[in-house]
Design a protein around this ligand. Structure first.
Ligand SMILES: NC(=O)c1ccc[n+]([C@@H]2O[C@H](COP(=O)([O-])OP(=O)(O)OC[C@H]3O[C@@H](n4cnc5c(N)ncnc54)[C@H](O)[C@@H]3O)[C@@H](O)[C@H]2O)c1
Length: 280
């Protein structure tokens, strides 16, 4: 018996990284999964591997017709929609505030924020009608803390957290839970994609990224897509039935505070400024 037997889940950006790991875990735990993405070849290959309990649909999260079509596809294929995971994303336009073009800003917000809004807008009526459901929005630790020169990404991820809370309050009456997950640094294609690499090219960099990310947070191992998939499984299951409007941080402790090593360097710097010997 799985932990989410027979639930129907839709995962946006499901062809790669966190979405792919979540699709694999959900099918293993008994769910029927609709993978949606704009990387059609990769999405189709994945559902072929996942077998009869997975289907693929092309949906650009920034387009309302695509998002409505995605929800209709889930209902037509499986008769219901129990869980929506708004996961699709990209790094977005980066740089100093005066260098960011309006088009780049709008595109980042359209994918990272409008996409989440559209997913919830078209899923809510289906879940209300069937008497309940579960929505999980993938935000980021960048939504909790500012990330330098990553203005639209951080702003969009912070807005996703607030939208999660407001929609959670509205939909709780209908037995629909709405939560978000804030991943820390997770080894996926997103870093390569931001630098113009394809998913296959990015995969070649995973081992290097893993080594780098091992040192990036208090828990000294790299964050993996499966870490986020496990959090999504808990939120999608009845084990979290009293949890809504929550931002679940899964980041190896990166947002808990300054790393001890950084803090020691800072304390040393203060002591030298005061003319004290930090080694005493
Ligand atoms: N990897 C990390 O360190 C990290 C940290 C915090 C948050 N996140 C968030 O996790 C989510 C998943 O990212 P990932 O790390 O798995 O990256 P990824 O690049 O492996 O996966 C993202 C997927 O989203 C899809 N996508 C991009 N634009 C889309 C669009 N317009 N419509 C539909 N699909 C689209 C891509 O094709 C890709 O398959 C994103 O929202 C990201 O911001 C990732």
């Amino acid at each position: 018996m799985g932990r989410i037997d027979d639930i129907v889940a839709v995962i946006t950006g499901g062809a790669s990284g966190i979405g792919e790991a979540t699709a694999r875990l959900f099918v293993k735990e008994g769910a029927k999964v609709v993978v949606s993405d704009i990387q059609d070849e990769q999405g189709l290959k994945l559902v072929e591997k996942l077998g009869e309990n997975a289907t693929y649909i092309h949906a650009d999260v920034s387009l309302e017709d695509d998002m409505k079509g995605m929800v209709d596809h889930a209902v037509k294929t499986y008769g219901r929609l129990d869980c929506l995971i708004n996961n699709a994303g990209m790094g977005g336009v980066k740089g100093e505030i005066e260098s960011i073009a309006v088009e780049g800003f709008d595109q980042t917000i359209a994918i990272l924020l409008r996409g989440v809004f559209l997913g919830m807008k078209h899923t809510a009526p289906v879940m209300k009608k069937q008497g309940g459901g579960n929505i999980i929005n993938i935000s980021s630790v960048a939504g909790l803390r500012g990330v330098s020169q990553n203005h639209p990404y951080s702003a969009a991820k912070a807005a996703v957290l607030q939208l999660t809370r407001t929609v959670a309050m509205e939909l709780a009456y209908y037995k629909i839970r709405v939560n978000s997950i804030c991943p820390g640094s997770i080894v996926t294609s997103i870093f390569g994609a931001a630098r113009g690499l394809s998913s296959a090219e990015s995969a070649k960099t995973y081992e290097n990224l893993k080594r780098l990310f091992e040192k990036g947070q208090p828990i000294r191992r790299a964050g993996l897509p499966e870490d986020i998939a496990n959090a999504a499984l808990w939120l999608a299951s009845d084990d979290s039935s009293f949890v809504t409007g929550h931002a679940l941080v899964v980041d190896g402790g990166i947002s808990a505070g300054q790393m001890w090593t950084q803090q020691m360097r800072w304390i040393d710097a203060i002591e030298s400024t005061l003319g004290l010997d930090p080694s005493e």
